[in-house]
Design a binder for this molecule. Structure first.
Ligand SMILES: CC(=O)N[C@H]1[C@@H](OP(=O)(O)OP(=O)(O)OC[C@H]2O[C@@H](n3ccc(=O)[nH]c3=O)[C@H](O)[C@@H]2O)O[C@H](CO)[C@@H](O)[C@@H]1O
Ligand SMILES: C=C(OP(=O)(O)O)C(=O)O
Length: 435
């Protein structure tokens, strides 16, 4: 179990460039299985989850060639389907959430897709019904081995169908889209998720020869094609990392520039931080955050009532930023209710913030009221364990703003999604060491 030691209370300064988007990368990498031709992908983040998925592709027989930093060519012309039945796959396929998206492309191209119950953050129930109900609608037979937690779908030929998803699942939509592009006839997916991750996936598939319309909306129409070809694709900057750095700048009262953020793909993220009173300036495609020496003040609603910040399917606020928003609120002027609607166990990390001196009432597993300190009292360094990726980064931000030394254990959770976070933060003045 890796550990970070952090000496808090120091201002940071400078520029930071976001990595390529983790959740986009997981979709895009699975899509290389849809063609026998070469697909070149750049801006791939060097993080644990992505590297695990690349290893799974390699074990499936995908030829992988490094082109440069974060840039690889993938060629799935000799896929080894026997690997899917191996003990190694049953073990390694469980290592991340994103591996579930291998199923759709395998089913579409080879008529069968299998996966052990995938891993990812332990943040509450994470069902897969949307994925498999979609495959069944396309004509696949489904089986689930409860003893081994092993899922399987098979179909000689998928047939396009209309489906209204019971929830706008991000990985579920990506999986069904990747299955439908090679199905016979037209598939309509209503209540589809439409995050930039999915827009990027659909645009890439269209460049490979797919016929997807409605990209960016919750109504996707997919006319199946016989086969797909190769393409080049570049990952967008990671919007969750961008949000994390905005929070970091505000809470450490640092002047920071976040480079090349792809503003048009950030949705509500800048305005939600704006509601916490954080000033962001758009400079070209960068975000400039001045040092908040006077702190920041949470806005109330127009009628004077207390602000709620809640997650919602895109274009609502992504749930992956709520832990960071919560931590940043602990030093704001004012109060806010944080409502994590999607996940049941994502707010329990607030106990650690309470230990550090934050004023938070955990109302129930989904809601926490935060009463900001307005920097009149700093958080105090402590020893903690990172429970999940975003809580881990939130605790890291808290530790960097706190008085004294903190220790964060289980930092593999952070490394799952943030590339070389220690050296990148050291470069802007953070006192953080990996021990
Ligand atoms: C690898 C990857 O891409 N992971 C992301 C993906 O996970 P993932 O695709 O696993 O998450 P889903 O979109 O399926 O759903 C996440 C949770 O939200 C609930 N839900 C979802 C949609 C909805 O309309 N109502 C609702 O309550 C689900 O029941 C589930 O508990 O999307 C999540 C939601 O943005 C993000 O937190 C994860 O970082
Ligand atoms: C929940 C997350 O990841 P995963 O779905 O991979 O567990 C996340 O990125 O915040």
């Amino acid at each position: 179990m890796g550990t970070f030691k952090i000496e808090g209370g120091h201002r940071l300064q400078g520029e930071i460039t976001p990595q390529g988007a983790k959740n986009e990368a997981l979709q895009i990498l699975c899509a290389v299985l849809l063609t026998a031709e070469a697909v070149t992908i750049s801006n791939i983040p060097d993080i644990i989850d992505v590297n695990k998925l690349i290893a799974l592709l390699e074990n499936l027989g995908v030829k992988i060639q490094k082109k440069g930093e974060g840039s690889y060519t993938f060629k799935a012309d000799e896929v080894n389907l026997d690997y899917l039945q191996s003990e190694a796959f049953k073990r390694d396929g469980r290592g991340l959430r994103g591996s579930i998206m291998l199923v759709g492309p395998l089913l579409a191209r080879f008529g069968k897709g299998y996966i052990p119950k995938p891993g990812g953050d332990k943040i509450g129930r994470r069902r897969l019904d949307t994925h498999f109900e979609g495959f069944i609608k396309l004509g696949a037979a489904f089986r689930y081995n409860r003893e081994e937690y092993f899922y399987g779908v098979e179909a000689k030929k998928l047939k396009g169908a209309y489906m209204l998803l019971d929830e706008a699942s991000v990985t579920g939509t990506a999986n069904i889209v990747m299955a439908a592009v090679l199905a016979e006839g037209t598939t309509t997916i209503y209540n589809a998720a439409c995050e930039p991750y999915l827009q990027q996936l659909c645009n890439m598939l269209n460049r490979m020869g797919a016929r997807i319309s409605g990209v960016g909306s919750n109504l996707l129409t997919i006319e199946g094609v016989e086969k797909l070809g190769g393409t080049d694709h570049r990952m967008l900057p990671d919007m969750i990392e961008i949000g994390s750095w905005i929070g970091l700048a505000a809470m450490t009262r640092s002047e920071l520039t976040i480079k090349n953020v792809s503003w048009e793909n950030l949705g509500l993220i800048p305005s939600v931080f704006g509601k916490l009173g954080i000033t962001l300036e758009r400079k070209g495609d960068d975000i400039y955050i001045p040092a908040h020496t006077e702190g920041y003040e949470i806005q109330n609603y127009i009628d004077g009532s207390i602000l709620t910040i809640a997650d919602a399917p895109w274009p609502g606020l992504t749930p992956d930023l709520l832990s960071i928003i919560l931590v940043v609120s602990t030093q704001a002027r004012g109060e806010v209710l944080i409502h994590q609607k999607m996940f049941e166990s994502r707010l329990f990390f607030v106990d650690k913030l309470l230990d550090m001196g934050a004023k938070i009432i955990l109302c129930d597993p989904h809601r926490a009221t935060v009463i900001g300190h307005d920097f009149k009292s700093s958080l105090k360094g402590t020893t903690m364990t990172s429970p999940d990726i975003r809580a881990g980064v939130s605790l890291l931000i808290a530790a960097l703003s706190a008085k004294g030394e903190s220790t964060i254990h289980n930092i593999e959770q952070i490394d799952r999604g943030y590339e070389a976070i220690d050296t990148r933060l050291q470069a802007i003045g953070a006192r953080i060491t990996r021990v």
